[in-house]
Design a protein around this ligand. Structure first.
Ligand code: SF4
Length: 332
């Protein structure tokens, strides 16, 4: 195993300039703010958050689709900025939410899966066909689907085709953006189990973007919780599910226990709606919705506190903030 992390995201920001309307000018939208993340070879790192949290923008930054505005991403010890597009794509592949829209409807399964081999100039015709048959077996697709078109397959089979296409050039890292949320519930577990098996068999590393905590618990080893562009808590899956600390994470876990898990994250039982990312709240971005908010929260942005591999941004766990607050309260 390489001593370097497979992916090392260092203090990245992704900022867009967005229009506020006619005559109102433009304003920066800080979709990803000061994000640090590390995933080692063989790990599955989940990034979880509501719609608007910035998790897909973060995935796109890692995929080099929309590179960070500032900060640096390293892949197996090398700066992504220094890698050519093809070299990067050989090592990092995406799996998207909707396999139907990510597949060419007029291209057969076989041609779809072999396409990356042609793009990267890998093997001759015979070798490509051998790789195709092997990958079909690996992802659990019958060989007879080689000439089928995407519309002739089930949703689960289409996602298997998308996974096969991603894997045929033997990448090191898969970035999976909601890989099961477009599928029937009955098929979701099959695809998650397939991803698990492939990770073990091929020694892959996964970044998994999801709003579904059940998926996180099923497949991930570490989890980062995003809120308005920031990672507010990160820990091993075991730690986070056993002892969540950030008030937002606690609300997420409580919402996951509601009777209809297909609803996604909210209703979180929190008083305010999700804030506008163009105009985030001052101090801790979560303070208007937080049931533990106290004096410093609306004024001071929490810093990152790390303890025993558990990282979070919340004043409640910052000894300096708490001692100052307690001293001040004692004076009253
Ligand atoms: Fe809640 Fe304050 Fe912690 Fe933010 S810093 S999560 S508002 S207690």
């Amino acid at each position: 195993m390489s001593a370097e992390p497979m992916i090392d995201v260092r203090r990245i920001n992704v900022t867009f300039s967005v229009s506020r309307g006619f005559m109102a000018g433009r304003k920066p939208l800080r979709a990803v703010q000061e994000v640090d993340l590390v995933a080692h070879a063989g790990e599955t790192l989940a990034i979880v958050g509501e719609s608007g949290s910035g998790k897909t923008t973060l995935a796109n930054a890692i995929l080099n689709i929309h590179p960070p505005t500032s900060g640096e991403i390293f892949l197996d010890g090398r700066a992504v900025r220094s890698l050519g597009r093809k070299e990067f794509a050989r090592q990092v592949q995406p799996v998207f939410q909707d396999p139907y829209s990510s597949l060419n409807p007029r291209r057969s399964v076989g041609a779809t899966i072999m396409q990356p081999l042609i793009v990267h100039g890998i093997g001759d015709h015979v070798e490509r066909e051998q790789k195709l048959l092997r990958i079909l077996d690996l992802v659990g697709l019958p060989r007879r689907v080689v000439n089928a078109l995407p519309h002739q397959l089930s949703g689960g089979q289409r996602q298997r085709v998308a996974i096969a296409r991603a894997l045929i050039i033997a990448p090191k890292l898969l970035v999976c953006d909601e890989p099961t949320s477009a599928l029937d519930v009955s098929v979701q577990a099959q695809i998650l189990n397939l991803l698990q098996d492939l990770r073990t068999e091929l020694g892959l590393t996964y970044i998994l973007i999801t709003h579904n905590l059940a998926v996180v618990e099923h497949i991930a080893s570490r989890v980062a919780v995003m809120y308005l562009g920031r990672i507010v808590e990160e820990a091993s899956v075991e730690d986070l599910f056993r002892a969540p600390k950030h008030p937002y994470t606690i609300a997420l876990l409580e919402s996951a226990l509601t009777p209809d898990p297909t609803l996604g994250l909210p209703d979180l039982g929190l008083s305010n709606v999700f804030p506008n990312p163009i105009d985030p709240p001052s101090g801790c971005h979560f303070h208007p919705r937080c049931n533990r908010t106290f004096a410093p929260c609306s004024r001071v942005a929490p810093r990152s506190i790390v303890s025993d591999g558990h990282r979070l941004e919340c004043h409640l766990y910052d000894p300096d903030i708490m001692s100052a607050h307690n001293a001040h309260s004692g004076d009253l």
